[in-house]
Ligand binder design. Structure first.
Ligand SMILES: *[C@@H]1O[C@H](CO)[C@@H](O)[C@H](O)[C@H]1NC(C)=O
Ligand SMILES: *[C@@H]1O[C@H](CO)[C@@H](O)[C@H](O)[C@H]1NC(C)=O
Ligand SMILES: *[C@@H]1O[C@H](CO)[C@@H](O)[C@H](O)[C@H]1NC(C)=O
Ligand SMILES: *[C@@H]1O[C@H](CO)[C@@H](O)[C@H](O)[C@H]1NC(C)=O
Ligand SMILES: *[C@@H]1O[C@H](CO)[C@@H](O)[C@H](O)[C@H]1NC(C)=O
Ligand SMILES: *[C@@H]1O[C@H](CO)[C@@H](O)[C@H](O)[C@H]1NC(C)=O
Ligand SMILES: *[C@@H]1O[C@H](CO)[C@@H](O)[C@H](O)[C@H]1NC(C)=O
Ligand SMILES: *[C@@H]1O[C@H](CO)[C@@H](O)[C@H](O)[C@H]1NC(C)=O
Ligand SMILES: *[C@@H]1O[C@H](CO)[C@@H](O)[C@H](O)[C@H]1NC(C)=O
Ligand SMILES: *[C@@H]1O[C@H](CO)[C@@H](O)[C@H](O)[C@H]1NC(C)=O
Ligand SMILES: *[C@@H]1O[C@H](CO)[C@@H](O)[C@H](O)[C@H]1NC(C)=O
Ligand SMILES: *[C@@H]1O[C@H](CO)[C@@H](O)[C@H](O)[C@H]1NC(C)=O
Length: 498
């Protein structure tokens, strides 16, 4: 029976090892989530063409990269766009609720754009297969915010795509859009120009839409022919590159609300974008003066995204449970993570910028409800609430001098959508059309460390060991040579009978 059990064990162990070898995954696709919201809520349960919807898309990218892992500050490359779009939403939202323009405005933050447009290609792919809240027929036009750090004075450039503009109807709409942006710039301390018509579109998420259809659209950036950002996708594209610096003697809470010059100029860009979007969506020009971005919000966003995410404002926006301490906590010290990574599935939400943008949007566009924590997690039980149109966020709330703040439930039409390359869904790993970036599996190499005993003890141990060896050899020799004598009584001849 012992032999059988042993064989059984051996075969179990062997099968285990072989199956591990066969199923070993060597790398995982880069993935995370896009964040989107709209001025009129869209029914997230209904996929495909949305009847009577025509949306103006306002987009920017959410991620950046650099040569070094987890060192992608992407200040001008990414943060300038994120901050501008968030401030745009804050400026635009109240007016779109008071005086809604005919077209819906759809705000989208694309994740993974630094790796061959993972997020935007996935959204376009879903739109084509009727697996998204809207489809391409719902798209009226698109305005994308590129690098808007305003490095060279206060001029912005409207880049457009010369290929799709060969179509007369697209060209007319693009020209109309340009003149709307120009008119929105009136009264602002900014100049807006267009590069020469034949100049190709710079790298942007808009490219992924154009690949499928000639949608009228613009990309707003602070350069004419070549990037002004010398540190594009570099380790040095940090707060200093964007001129976000503070006087030396400010406390963190004072730095949070300190309006740097960069904050003031980005607020102006946000005002321009918000006004342009409002008239592009068909809003009335008389409301334009009500749309002004708040430099204080821009200052807080810049501080949170470039210097310190663990600040009192961000803490008040996030759920109470994430504020706990620890290296892997979403609120660990420093700016958020702009490298897309493997997504929440594998490494946990870590400090990815996605979470922050999601909760900031919830704060900027949401309304405070009186739901309890359990109702907030399960709003379908409350008949006045609607999960098709809204998401519900349980957040910490602002802390006062004495207390940690009262958590409450925020209702907002802010959504996440998966940002993973369609190549992995289609199992086309050699796809020329979709990103196939992956990250190797992390394997930990382990070593054990022992304390070395003193030299005398080592020698003693060796000596005793050798002595025991010699002694046992001697004993064995002695026993086996005298075996006849020693064991004779035990060895009965088999023929013996009693
Ligand atoms: C959203 O769409 C789903 C599926 O079409 C539908 O059942 C639901 O009633 C819609 N919800 C709202 C609020 O329109
Ligand atoms: C779309 O608009 C038309 C006319 O404004 C209206 O009759 C129709 O009911 C609307 N459809 C939906 C699904 O809202
Ligand atoms: C940053 O400040 C320096 C000096 O004040 C100026 O030359 C530079 O243009 C500024 N850069 C930006 C992006 O504003
Ligand atoms: C131009 O674009 C419009 C709408 O995007 C399309 O209906 C039309 O067929 C295009 N014209 C040509 C000549 O491609
Ligand atoms: C416009 O911006 C420039 C450069 O920052 C500044 O010198 C000027 O005072 C500003 N003008 C107004 C009217 O704000
Ligand atoms: C933008 O660049 C083009 C091509 O170099 C040049 O012809 C044009 O004058 C530039 N525009 C401005 C306003 O500098
Ligand atoms: C615009 O501002 C004016 C004055 O503050 C206010 O009376 C009006 O209601 C506002 N309009 C909108 C659409 O918010
Ligand atoms: C964030 O900062 C606060 C106040 O400085 C501190 O008490 C808290 O422990 C920090 N949180 C994390 C996760 O480090
Ligand atoms: C947004 O955040 C501010 C500051 O923490 C807070 O006063 C406000 O109530 C929040 N609004 C919503 C809708 O969450
Ligand atoms: C929340 O407020 C609504 C009216 O605004 C009221 O009908 C409802 O009873 C309140 N719910 C709770 C749990 O207080
Ligand atoms: C803080 O606590 C003190 C004493 O307990 C109280 O007098 C004060 O009003 C509190 N302040 C706030 C903002 O709650
Ligand atoms: C890539 O896209 C082009 C144009 O959309 C299409 O013709 C081609 O079949 C695609 N290739 C693959 C491998 O999907």
């Amino acid at each position: 029976p012992h032999r059988k059990l042993c064989t059984l064990f051996m075969s179990i162990i062997l099968t285990f090892h072989v199956s591990r070898l066969l199923s070993e995954v060597l790398c995982d696709p880069l993935s995370d989530f896009n964040v989107w919201t709209s001025t009129r809520p869209l029914n997230n349960s209904a996929k495909g063409h949305a009847a009577n919807e025509s949306v103006v898309i306002a987009a920017t990218r959410l991620d950046g990269r650099s040569f070094f892992w987890e060192q992608a500050p992407s200040a001008e490359g990414t943060v300038s766009g994120i901050v501008t779009l968030l401030a745009t939403i804050q400026a635009l939202y109240p007016v779109t609720q008071e005086a809604p323009p005919p077209h819906n405005i759809f705000f989208s933050f694309f994740q993974g754009e630094a790796f061959d447009y993972i997020g935007s290609s996935k959204m376009v792919y879903d739109m084509e297969r009727n697996d998204f809240v809207i489809d391409l027929n719902n798209v009226h036009s698109m305005l994308e915010i590129g690098q808007v750090g305003l490095h060279r004075g206060r001029s912005l450039w409207m880049h457009s795509d010369p290929v799709s503009r060969q179509n007369k109807s697209v060209d007319t709409q693009v020209s109309a859009m340009m003149s709307r942006v120009q008119s929105a710039a009136a009264g602002l301390n900014l100049t807006v120009d267009q590069p020469s018509v034949s100049q190709p579109l710079p790298p942007s998420s808009f490219q992924r839409f154009l690949r499928v259809r000639g949608i009228p659209g613009l990309v707003l950036a602070d350069h004419n022919t070549s990037f002004n950002n010398r540190y594009y996708e570099s380790l040095y594209d940090d707060a200093e590159n964007l001129n976000v610096t503070y006087p030396p003697d400010l406390s963190p809470d004072e730095q949070l609300v300190y309006e740097t010059d960069a904050a003031k100029s980005l607020a102006e860009v946000a005002t321009l974008v918000a006004r342009s979007l409002y008239i592009q969506a068909g809003g009335e020009e008389k409301n334009l003066n009500n749309i002004t971005a708040d430099p204080k919000i821009v200052a807080q966003l810049l501080y949170g995204f470039l210097i310190q995410k663990n600040n009192s404002w961000f803490r008040s926006l996030l759920p109470p449970e994430v504020t706990k301490k620890g290296d892997n906590s979403i609120l660990s010290s420093g700016p958020p993570q702009f490298y897309i990574g493997l997504g929440p599935r594998i490494h946990g939400p870590v400090h990815s910028v996605t979470r922050f943008v999601q909760y900031i949007l919830a704060n900027l566009t949401g309304t405070i409800t009186n739901l309890t924590e359990s109702q907030c997690q399960n709003p379908s039980e409350v008949n006045t609430e609607n999960k098709d149109l809204f998401s519900y966020f349980w957040v910490s709330g602002p802390a006062s001098v004495n207390s940690t703040g009262e958590p409450f439930c925020v209702r907002a039409s802010v959504r996440l959508s998966k940002a993973v390359s369609p190549a992995f869904e289609l199992l086309e790993y050699g796809s020329p059309n979709y990103s196939t970036w992956t990250e190797s599996r992390w394997k930990s190499i382990r070593a054990r460390i022992f304390l070395v005993a003193s030299r005398e003890l080592e020698m003693l141990t060796l000596g005793v060991g050798v002595a025991v060896l010699l002694l046992s050899l001697l004993v064995t020799y002695f026993i086996s040579s005298k075996a006849e004598l020693l064991f004779s009584s035990a060895r009965e001849p088999p023929t013996t009978t009693y």
